[in-house]
Design a binder for this molecule. Sequence first.
Ligand SMILES: Cc1ncc(C[n+]2csc(CCOP(=O)(O)OP(=O)(O)O)c2C)c(N)n1
Ligand SMILES: [Mg+2]
Length: 748
Amino acid sequence: MDGRADVRDPLTTAWREAVGALGVASRDASAPAGPGLGAAEARALLDAQLESRHTDLAARQLRAEGHGFYTIGSAGHESNAAVAAALRPTDPALLHYRSGGFYCARARQVPGVDPVEDILRGMFAATDEPIAGGRHKVFGRHELAVIPQTSTIASHLPRAVGVAFTIGRAPKLTAPIAWPADAVVVCSFGDASANHSTAVGAINTACHTAHSRLPLPLMFVCEDNGIGISVRSPLGWIAAAYGSRPGLRYAAADGEDPAAVFAVAGELADWIRTERRPGFLHLKTVRFLGHAGSDLESAYRTPEEIRRDYARDPILGTARLLVERGIATPGEILARDDEIAARVGGRARSLVGASQLSSAEQIMAPLSPRAPGPVAVRAALAAPAVARRERFGRALPEEEGGLTLSQAINRTLAEVLLVEPGSLVFGEDVGRKGGVYGVTRGLLAKTGPARVFDTLLDEQSILGLALGAAVSGLLPVPEIQYLAYLHNAEDQLRGEAASLSFFSQGQYRNGMVIRVQGYGYQKGFGGHFHNDNAVAVLRDIPGIVVASPSRPADGAAMLRTCVAAAAVDGTVSVFLEPIALYATADLHEPGDGGWLDPLPGPEGWASAHVPIGAPRVHGDGADVLIVTWANGLHMSLRVARGLEESSGVRCRVMDMRWLAPLPIDEIARHAAAVGRVLVVDETRASGGVGEGIVTGLVAAGFAGPIARVASRDTFIPLGDAARLVMVDEATIAEAVRKLVGLSHHDAG
Ligand SMILES: Cc1ncc(C[n+]2csc(CCOP(=O)(O)OP(=O)(O)O)c2C)c(N)n1
Ligand SMILES: [Mg+2]
């Protein structure tokens, strides 16, 4: 680490010996080093590669001494530095964990950034690391347009497609985006990762988009070292799989030949920039030093295999180029290596003991910042009266009288599209058809296809579009057609959307509102997948907001809140809509219109504002507090009326409205006032929302009786049998009676 020959690792020894053995050329040093690669650029390439290599070596050395926390490196992949050199520093980049050479090369294009410092601080989990601040070791920096990634391989590809889609869409939008109009998005990944369904889906979406003649300036870079941890990729697989995909231009280059990489990457980048179509760069590399520091490579590779790769070292390739073209002598190159080794080693040493995150509050601060005041102000903003009149025609929403939940959401989406120029509404069937349940009806016709559009049938790509649009500064409102199908794409929400602000300290945000249609009670229609009532996967995602309106007026107000929070705080909200209540008009009697709400006009939006986490209480009963939401509210209000009439039991019914964060303080306050609590949970008994409510009540010190009714731990069957496994009014009524001592069973 200090550059002395006697402590050099075999890899460094091998390439230095090979460089020492290179003959000295007599060429003119000012001659171009290759097509487009000037002498200065070639030297810069070597520097970036050496910086990356020595941070890897330093990580291993420090780990051996008990310092640092991360040893997955880029050694063998440093030819990706030439890819960075072929792009612009303003081209958004989403990088593979072995793209250290790319990162170092890009940093050279932006004054004032020291990539070695950044990478080392990441390894030490230092609080002053520029992107994640000690929360992870990632390549990321706002000044370099490098968006940080998670460790989930390939999970960044759908977002990369989304960013490219947004750049392509930008000329048709009035809202500005974060990237130059002619930017090319670059995303890199490994050869094993190329098989992940996330990668396959993202690449397919890119091809589908190009085939549809929509612009998508995106360069996929597959850094193919032929292996994924210990599993070899079949020979020739990447070329076979991606060499001739419709709409995707394929180019390949060998990492040991930096001039070729630069030329091929440059030509492909230029083509993507002009044609606005996706390209696939197959970058052939080797992997040195095993998968990570903890990986004993000799368990699955022979020493000969490992040594054979030394000849393909990209740094040796650059050295050869410099020498052959007469740009540098072997001696100069080795001296440069010593210099960079010493600098990196010195910096690494000085960072031992760098300060790390020291409190839970500090760690969590960037997770989900909330500014409720500005959110309330934003949520009350309306488009000018003329624009509204033009959009809605004869009847403004406030002039329509009582509306259903689906109508209220529809009118509010229309208002959002009017007042938030960056907002986009998209998903399967949301455009021409106007949604499976008509919730988005008319939006396409009034707003136009640039901002309201149908997507291809892939939830992962729908969320990827949202992730890309949001990180580019727009305000996506994607729709997932059914809750059951969110599971197909869950990592895009959990791993990507929810974590971006955390891993970038808010430097990158992706505020969005994901509308999801869900829950049961569709009168026996549809079976499990259209009646899915499981929300456990949403409740534990750190930082996200889960909104679930029941009444039409709340649907409107809460949607405005979520949109405003996305814009102001970068909040990621899941807006869970109860399908069974979309068209519900009545509450107690047929024709009573008890589930219709008139919507206020803009002058009433401020007073109708529903802050995140604020529940609504119906009635002031003092016998039992029923805590519920969504379909549970409709059922509980009916039960409450029935019980009051039949036995004088008076319930107070709380509609939580928000499933994350749960309004535990308010629940506990009303529980204390009433004394008995019934939780009516239409989701599953295990992992459902009720568990959180009961735990919260106990933790808050509530000592009165608590009962809970929930749906059964099963999938929902087709037909009338569905009623047998979901909470119903009879079960709710019986639970209330039991709580107040009126139960038939108790009466014996
Ligand atoms: C979704 C997912 N599954 C498994 C892993 C564990 N894992 C980390 S790297 C890796 C191999 C990746 O190989 P490749 O894509 O070829 O990249 P390379 O490390 O060779 O550059 C695996 C299985 C992961 N990070 N993410
Ligand atoms: Mg690999």
